[in-house]
Ligand binder design. Structure first.
Ligand SMILES: COc1ccc(S(=O)(=O)N2Cc3cc(-c4ccc(C=O)o4)ccc3N(Cc3cncn3C)C[C@H]2Cc2ccc(O)cc2)cc1
Ligand SMILES: [Zn+2]
Length: 321
């Protein structure tokens, strides 16, 4: 029976610890444009399985400092431009290691405030791409820096609400189709700003529960294939709006475990595909949220996608319905 499949925790730890070392040089190199996020995915995974000591804290601090741009924003790695995505990842890493004092928080706050537009939306960087993902990155990062009062919150909220669709979901821009990843960002944004009552909970809960397929896995939009990372985007959103019980969590657990690579360790989007740190983290945060292995995986916060004890230590209490 699939549900009896063992979770090979030690193999997954080995996969993550060795990813940057033994992993095929070409693939590791081409992912340098997301390296700071890759580090966040790996650090969060290790902390959830009580193995944070596998990484060298001083090396991590040096990497953060080396990649804070003069503008205050963070780049993914040397030679790349700063971006909101990697600024959030850098602060998430700093909060987990409790080293926020090692980075220039004031300059980072100025960088983020400078990215808010007249209509309340946020650009991801100086090149100006607008996406509700960046609204989430902005308020999540400012939460950790205790600087939410530095942006125009009412305009930011009205922009995100202008991206809500008739199906209760959210898209990346006004009038764009609902997608689980965008829904997670918009619901998380509203949770951080205490506006979850603006969500149509029954409509959105129904749309999200409809993501579950016969395999037990979840897809990100109607008619798409299941993918283990949607385990996170969908159930974190359901948890925030208090409708997690609308998913068959036993079938979901079976699907998630079926995506582990028993040879190399790590998780892939679907059984038999190439594992990566991104899908490995979101498989574990999904298992954590449905409390599938409570003795092996620490509790995760559904809004910030970080260990709950870290969010408690930071004194943050994002709204949950
Ligand atoms: C392999 O193709 C991609 C496509 C998009 C991306 S992404 O950076 O825009 N991103 C995150 C992401 C990462 C990986 C990955 C491979 C190796 C590593 C090392 O750490 O990470 C793989 C996929 C991926 N995607 C694409 C994806 C996942 N499931 C379905 N798809 C199409 C997500 C994508 C968007 C993203 C999501 C969350 C987040 O915090 C940042 C970016 C990266 C690789
Ligand atoms: Zn995926």
């Amino acid at each position: 029976m699939e549900s009896d499949k063992k979770l090979l925790i030690d193999k997954h730890i080995e996969f993550i610890v060795n990813y940057g070392k033994t992993h095929d040089q070409y693939e590791y190199e081409v992912s340098d444009y997301l390296r700071m996020s890759g580090l966040y995915w790996s650090v969060t995974f290790l902390d959830l399985v009580n193995s944070l000591e596998k990484f060298n804290k001083d090396d991590i601090v040096a990497y953060l400092k080396r990649n804070q741009h003069s503008s205050g924003g963070f780049s993914p790695c040397d030679g790349h431009d700063p971006h909101l995505l990697y600024s959030l990842s850098a602060v998430q890493i700093a909060i987990i290691y409790d080293v926020l004092h090692e980075i220039d928080c004031e300059k980072l706050i100025d960088y983020i405030v400078g990215l808010q537009k007249e209509d309340g939306s946020f650009a991801g960087d100086c090149w100006g791409e607008i996406d509700t993902r960046f609204s989430f990155c902005a308020v999540a990062t400012l939460s950790f820096l205790n600087a939410l009062n530095r942006i125009d919150q009412e305009k930011a909220i009205s922009f995100v609400l202008s991206c809500m669709n008739y199906d209760g979901g959210f898209g990346c821009l006004p009038g764009t189709e609902s997608h689980a990843g965008q829904i997670y960002c918009c619901v998380g944004f509203l949770s951080i700003l205490n506006r979850l009552h603006m969500v149509n909970v029954d409509l959105l809960g129904w749309w999200l529960s409809e993501r579950q397929l016969p395999s037990g896995g979840l897809n990100g939009r109607p008619e798409k294939l299941q993918d283990v990372c949607y385990s996170w985007w969908v159930i974190a959103s359901l948890k925030m709006i208090g409708k997690l019980e609308w998913i068959n969590t036993e079938k979901l657990k079976e699907y998630i475990v079926s995506c582990q690579d028993e040879e190399t360790g790590g998780f892939s989007d679907r059984p038999g595909n190439m594992p990566d740190p991104f899908h490995t983290l979101f498989a574990f945060t999904g298992l954590s949220l449905i409390k599938a292995y409570p003795d092996m995986i620490k509790d995760v916060n559904p809004v910030f996608c970080m260990p709950q004890y870290v969010i408690d230590r930071a004194g943050l209490k994002p709204q949950l319905l």
